[in-house]
Design a binder for this molecule. Structure first.
Ligand SMILES: Cc1cc2nc3c(=O)[nH]c(=O)nc-3n(C[C@H](O)[C@H](O)[C@H](O)COP(=O)(O)OP(=O)(O)OC[C@H]3O[C@@H](n4cnc5c(N)ncnc54)[C@H](O)[C@@H]3O)c2cc1C
Length: 510
């Protein structure tokens, strides 16, 4: 038994767990983070091969603009943004569609010109295109304001609900009421409003952009989430050294504030016991270490929680696991490549293929190429590359080893073919450390059940209020991370930690 009694045990050192731990430690609580892996970061972690570093999943950063969640989080923790080498991209990404190259500029006017060039055939269409994007950007900026002034969405307690009526919030909240329908109607409705719904090439483009950010397509992705997902490229950053630099900064912050992390500690059991008439938590890990705490914050997916809890708490998680029975995972391909090419200083590309990628559930893949001068990721003259796409988790889980290898090669070869068809200079370039991962690998490295990554897709199929609340009713057990509001992505998980901290404050954990 770890002799110490903690105020908070945090399960998982993903971005949301680290952020929650650092915020609580800063406020003077005794906090311990238990992490199954040997490094933090979860889906935003890394691995090394000789002199190369590869991001395992996430590669892009956003949410660092004024009033946005990651910026607020870093400020609260006194983490100096300047000390982290995050480079804002003016040319955020290049999308290859049907033999054309679409440059996603951060600047609004340049972006509208680019869209007009590729997708509009008349002055009327160009005007509608501009109005459509103006609307998306308006929804986006109002959404950030709403999240900034209400850092405790979705409400989980009576105190959360009452807090929305605070005088300094109420005006902003009344202003936000007009966006409520945007949570329930799909982006398609907005396209109809701006007479763009018949533009099939543009719809295909939007579909493939949305699958990255909301994991849904135009006809299912809610308008509000679509607006956030389609505009994030205007505030996109490349993190030098790798995305895990953000986790490392959080790790340093939480340790500086006095919290501890126990690596190689895979939690297998969370029970409540009575001590001095108080209900407290008893937590056990795979290595038979035992911990006691007053509160538990879980940063692991809700599907994983079913097997760690018992009784009513288990039933609670089971009901959400059944409600959100998704099968979404990722296929990722990693390699180092020797090239002196500049690629217009681009680091992000999306390639839309003519058909579904073999053994996958999407027809596009996302490519991240480290910049020429990122020598933490690759030696001079070389680049580190991470490519990812969507796949069904179950497909990979029960294959015998020979079929598994064969299917992986099939997918890998197809992705390479499409990559070289669109960026021919990479075909002959020297490559090293080629490897790929599927749901099986994500299950092993992130411990996420069945390798289900990306959280719960945003969809009009369910009501946002149906999402799992961050507090388990009747328990001092809370959830953060991408399976609770606001869902997938590093910005969303940062918000979930900020939101939980606010809820705890409103409930007396000040
Ligand atoms: C291929 C891919 C590409 C992506 N690209 C982007 C992107 O470019 N930008 C972006 O913003 N987002 C991206 N995302 C999404 C983003 O990475 C995730 O939404 C986010 O990192 C999830 O963070 P989290 O804290 O919720 O959980 P996780 O990252 O899953 O962290 C959970 C942690 O808990 C640990 N753990 C699990 N079980 C246990 C246990 N029983 N005991 C102890 N520890 C445990 C895990 O090891 C892990 O460290 C991508 C995701 C994937 C998979």
């Amino acid at each position: 038994m770890d002799n110490d009694f903690y105020d908070f045990i945090i399960i998982g050192a993903g971005l949301a767990g680290l952020a929650s731990a650092a915020l609580l430690a800063k406020d003077g609580y005794r906090v311990k983070v238990l992490e199954a892996h040997t490094a933090s970061g979860g889906c935003a972690s890394y691995f090394k091969r000789k002199n190369f570093t590869f991001d395992v999943g996430a590669t892009t950063l956003s949410g660092l603009g004024e009033g946005q969640p990651l910026k607020i989080l870093l400020e609260k923790l006194n983490i100096n943004l300047e000390s982290l080498k995050f480079q804002k991209k003016n040319l955020a990404m290049r999308i290859f569609q049907d033999g054309t190259e679409i440059n996603r500029y951060a600047n609004f006017d340049l972006w509208i010109d680019e869209l007009s060039k590729h997708f509009c055939n008349s002055a009327e269409e160009r005007n509608n295109m501009k109005l459509f994007w103006e609307k998306l950007y308006k929804i986006e900026s109002d959404s950030w304001k709403l999240l900034e002034s209400n850092s405790n969405l979705l409400p989980a307690t009576v105190a959360d609900y009452l807090s929305f009526l605070k005088p300094k919030r109420i005006l902003k909240n009344l202003n936000a009421i007009k966006y409520i329908p945007s949570l329930f109607r799909s982006l398609k409705k907005l396209l109809v409003e701006y007479k763009l719904e018949q533009n099939s090439k543009f719809i295909e483009f939007l579909d493939e952009q949305l699958i990255i950010s909301t994991q849904s397509y135009v006809d299912k992705s809610p308008e509000l989430m679509s607006a956030l997902g389609l505009t994030y490229a205007s505030e996109l950053y490349y993190p030098y050294g790798g995305i895990h630099k953000l986790s490392l900064a959080l790790e340093n912050a939480l340790e500086n504030y006095g919290a501890e992390i126990q690596f190689k500690s895979e939690v297998t059991e969370i029970e409540t016991i009575k001590m001095n008439r108080e209900k407290i938590f008893f937590i056990k890990d795979k290595q038979d270490r035992e911990y006691l705490s007053n509160y538990v914050i879980s940063n692991i997916p809700l599907w994983n929680m079913v097997n760690l809890c018992s009784g009513k708490t288990r039933d609670f998680f089971k009901s959400y696991a059944n409600k959100f029975e998704y099968n979404t995972s990722a296929f990722a391909l990693y390699f180092a490549v020797e090239t002196e090419e500049d690629f217009d200083e681009l680091n992000y590309f999306q390639i839309i293929c003519p058909e579904l990628i073999p053994n996958c559930s999407a027809k596009s893949f996302f490519v991240t190429l480290s910049p020429k001068d990122d020598h933490e990721k690759a030696i001079p003259g070389w680049r580190s590359v991470t490519i990812s796409t969507h796949t069904d988790a179950n497909f990979w889980l029960n294959l015998d080893s020979e079929t598994y290898k064969k299917k992986k090669n099939e997918t890998q070869n197809y992705i390479f073919d499409q990559l070289f068809a669109n960026i021919p200079s990479l075909r002959e370039a020297e490559k090293e450390f080629i490897s790929s991962s599927s749901s099986k690998s994500f299950e092993f490295f992130t411990r996420r059940k069945s390798g289900l990554v990306g959280g719960i897709p945003h969809s009009t199929d369910y009501n946002i209020l149906d999402l799992m609340p961050k507090k388990v009713p009747g328990e001092k057990l809370f959830m953060v991370g991408d399976t609770v509001f606001p869902g997938q992505g590093l910005v969303a998980t940062a918000y979930s930690a900020l939101s939980l901290r606010e809820t705890l404050k409103l409930n007396g954990v000040d």
